[in-house]
Design a protein around this ligand. Sequence first.
Ligand code: SAM
Length: 226
Amino acid sequence: MSVREEFDEWAAEGRDRGMEERHWHTAKHALARMAIEEGDTVLDMGCGSGYAARAMREAGGAGQAYGLDGSPAMVRNASAYTDDANTGFLVGDFEHLPFESDSVDHVFSMEAFYYASDPMAALEEVRRILRPGGTFYCAVDFHADNPHTAEWTEYVDIEMTRWSRKEYRERFREAGFYVVEQDTIPDREVEIPPADEFPTEDWETREAMVEHFREHGTLLTVGVAP
Ligand SMILES: C[S@@+](CC[C@H](N)C(=O)[O-])C[C@H]1O[C@@H](n2cnc3c(N)ncnc32)[C@H](O)[C@@H]1O
């Protein structure tokens, strides 16, 4: 299945808002760390409902925010959730970002990067469009150091890249970034039931659920363009 087919279905079922609710638990902490300055141009890569682009404009003070997604239905939904003239959503592909070189101050991406069919090409594209000193805040829950994500590939019919923390750092450097931060942001908001309610539909044991959300949470890798 293509990214477009898979995520058009998700958008039609309203799952864009569900992802926003869940991902906001950790995405808001990553977004709060970004040094966005008034008037900056920012991009949310794989924007889904577009919450991060809206937040970078409203709370971050960006002058122009874009959200890019390969699913036209996601882009339609995201556009409908704002009437801000300086927040725009467009259909596009991570490997061919429709932006001039050296034209964007900061790029953010949450739970999307690993769907790139060619992740190195996607990283090089981000590097190309960033101005010198621009940053790429790449947040993922799905990575090789979190064993609880190994089976996710069974639920999504798209090729997914499962790099380790170390591989994220190495690949960022190969694409020309300086890696200035790598951190784990725990999800402290998801409700974890008491031990006697396990197994649940999604979790065999309480320990596994705690480890996944409270310990692994979201892996954030931050690259700076030279
Ligand atoms: C799991 S969703 C996350 C959405 C949003 N960032 C969030 O945190 O809720 C991944 C999004 O990335 C988009 N996407 C995945 N691969 C893509 C690609 N190669 N090019 C453009 N968009 C892509 C999908 O269409 C989907 O909307």
